[in-house]
Design a protein around this ligand. Structure first.
Ligand code: IPM
Ligand code: MG
Length: 357
């Protein structure tokens, strides 16, 4: 297979981890006889520095003409001024919107050998296997917002807005995924307070009842979900929710396996390229030190092979290589619990070596 993949290393540890993701993809190409062509483009803070825009037109155009995009991370203290006229995060939001990536898929799986790296007790975390579907192009992130004068100074507002079809398409995607797993879908909202949530409940309930009768559907309020996610995470299979709730809950979920450095994510639309990234951020405190955990990005590369290139065997090969490296006892410092650790590039090379076996 020939495929064009755009790399968006971004800021902080982004370039370090994307380099390892690319190494893994190259190893897959060699092993399975594919040809992947890479184009590296600017996004985020480095793009603001170079062009004044967090998402230069050339980047958007390259992404649109690719099969898939692998992204590192955006942002950092250098661009954190709340009054700055453009922020690195705006680049990420814009590329999500331009590629119409309405579904952010975040698997949260506890690795047996890493269970003790979790801040939670082994008996809670063991066996956790959750698939989050976070809506990604609607809600408070994209609703009308602004500031206006107020007698006390100013007031600011954001609007949460969703329509029927936005809720239908993500519910369908999540319910379809549940059908291929343990057939349970949990929809998270705040329907006791928010009108938007009441629409979510109505629409998602109808879709599952009419189109996915074999899927068990339940609803949970987001505040209760925040508790249940750490008190009984094994009771969840697929979780679907709106943009901001999903942003918060997936970070909470990331603590189950112990380190954010292990978790990949895929942002998908109904057609066109998908965007794949680790769920961790740019980690400016450790940038340039060569100690970041590249496994989330390497696992994101596996998701890229699976969802954008339909290369399931190749995706599994990366995931098995990561399992084997962990089972052999190799750790980056975030998951080493104080014992001996390997560098970012050593970890990437260990995965490549497993792939080449
Ligand atoms: C994420 C991040 C982004 C988000 C930020 C960087 C804009 O937290 O992908 O979860 O809020 O969506
Ligand atoms: Mg987030």
């Amino acid at each position: 297979m020939d495929a064009k993949i755009v790399l968006l290393p971004g800021d902080g540890i982004g370039p370090e981890v994307v380099a390892e993701g690319q190494k893994a993809l190259n190893a897959v190409a060699r092993k399975f006889g594919h040809r992947f062509t890479f184009e590296t483009c600017l996004i985020g803070g480095c793009a603001i520095d170079a062009t004044g825009s967090a998402l230069p037109d050339a980047t958007a155009a390259a992404c649109k003409s690719s099969q898939a995009v692998l992204l590192g991370a955006v942002g950092g203290p250098k661009w954190d001024d709340p009054r700055a006229k453009t922020r690195p995060e705006a680049g990420l939001l814009k590329i999500r919107k331009e590629l119409q990536l309405f579904a952010n898929v975040r698997p949260v799986r506890a690795y047996d050998v890493l269970v003790d790296a979790s801040p939670l007790k082994r008996e809670i975390v063991e066996g956790v296997d959750i698939l989050f579907f976070r809506e990604l192009t609607g809600g408070l992130y994209f609703g009308e917002s602004g500031r206006r004068p107020h007698p006390s100074g100013e007031e600011a507002f954001n609007t949460m807005i969703y329509n029927t079809s936005e809720i239908e398409r993500i519910t369908r995607m999540a319910a379809r995924a549940a059908q291929g797993r343990r057939k349970k879908l949990t929809q998270v909202d705040k329907a006791n307070v928010l009108e938007v949530s009441r629409l979510w409940r109505e629409v998602s309930q109808r879709i599952v009842r009419d189109e996915f009768p074999d899927v068990q559907y339940e609803v949970l309020l987001v505040d209760a979900m925040a508790m249940h996610l750490i008190s009984k995470p094994r009771s969840f299979d697929v979780i679907v929710t709106e943009n901001l709730f999903g942003d918060i809950l997936t970070d909470e979920g990331a603590m189950l396996p112990g380190s954010m450095g292990m978790l990949p994510s895929a942002s998908l639309g109904s057609s066109g390229p998908g965007l794949y990234e680790p769920i961790h951020g740019s980690a400016p405190d450790i940038a340039g030190k060569g100690i970041a955990n590249p496994l989330a990005t390497i696992l994101a590369a596996a998701m890229l092979l699976r969802h954008s290139l339909a290369l399931e065997t190749e995706a599994r090969a990366i995931e098995m290589a990561v399992d084997n490296v962990l089972n052999a006892g190799h750790r980056t410092s975030d998951i080493a619990a104080g014992s001996k650790s390997v560098s970012t590039s050593e970890m990437g090379s260990l995965v490549v070596a497993q792939l080449e076996k």
